[in-house]
Design a protein around this ligand. Sequence first.
Ligand code: ACO
Length: 401
Amino acid sequence: IDIKNLRSDTGGLITLDSGFKNTGACESKITFLDGEKGILRHRGYSIEDLAKGSNFLEVSYLVIFGELPTKAQYEKFEKDIKRHTLLNEEMKNIIDGYPKSAHPMGILSSMTCALTAFNPITVNVNDPVALYEGIVKIMAKFPVLAAWAHSKTHGMPLNYADNSLGYVENILNMMFKIPTETYKINPIAVKALDELLILHADHEQNCSTSTVRIVGSSEAGLFASISAGVSALWGRLHGGANQAVLEMLEAIQNDGGDVEKYIAKAKDKDDPFRLMGFGHRVYKNFDPRARLIKKAADELFEDLGTSDPVLAIAKHLEKVALEDEYFAEKKLYPNVDFYSGIIYRALGIPVQMFTVMFAIGRLPGWIAQWREMRLNKEPIGRPRQLYIGEPLRPFVPMDKR
Ligand code: ACO
């Protein structure tokens, strides 16, 4: 067979794999995932070790640049990020135009794209200095935009970063600080949020990451590609599931805690309801992140000396589902989104902001994947299709139709 000719004709050989269930789109050195065994590693380091021994900024450096930073590299990275936390004041005019009811993910996606107008740098991958500059800029400005999305939807003033604070402290400070009051950052909240962000840092070729790579493959810029990633993350089947889980748990609570009723609904083929936070395209065993997040939730409530009835509902739901034949047969386990919302809620983060927090966590992964794709000089992403429409037919003028 003359492969060259086949490729140039639309009737050539095409592999059809909707949802890319079995199609690899790239080679990558960033994240290793074994869905059968429930293993997740970044740059060769286990997610368990990173969650225990590292912090989000260090993991970001590792994921993006491939190695754990030395002390000097870490300090430089942190300092360079702090140098870029200011946003152009005119960006406030854009955010002013949103109604208060806007979803923060919509604000975050479009404001991230708007960054391109105020930072018209071309992140040139062949120039290591420009590439590094683009990376620290987005690491610096993205959490500010996320906090602004929160403030906007709550009618609160738009805070800037306080560069005397750490990366994760700043996220909480920008979201919750009120000018007339002193906001005391709770170190317990910082520790919990830091761990959650680490656990979201990258997850190989998921929907939003593939989006970032494919948008970037046309040589669209880093900020525009990340904005597209935010939009992809928003959906309920991906990052938006963390909001959907909490809404589901609250619905169960308001329904008298009848977990079995919701399990039955999820199993009913005629009911579109799915158990949110359950199931995963790749994990056919426990999602290791869910295990760590469940433990983190328990530790957080112990540290805070409080409790949340929805945690008990979530645990009951998990137990009943895992003992059920339907979920066992389909290998459906809790995923990263199942327990994360309970932690966000305990930190005072409103439900509409849950996916925004996920986006902050996933940012280093998107950057790393965009950088890797461009440095590898990957070709433009352009899937094929099998045309199943009409064959050639004669055009019929309007008065004859
Ligand atoms: N509740 C009930 N049934 C489910 C669920 C669920 N949560 N998830 C999958 N199933 C069933 C499907 O109905 C399907 O059954 P069938 O074979 O009888 O038709 C089977 O399990 C396989 O499901 P698919 O949708 O084909 O699996 P896919 O890999 O395409 O989807 C997904 C994975 C989207 C995560 C799915 O499990 C789901 O919708 N889960 C709920 C949403 C969610 O939690 N998303 C977050 C994922 S993690 C992340 O992106 C950050």
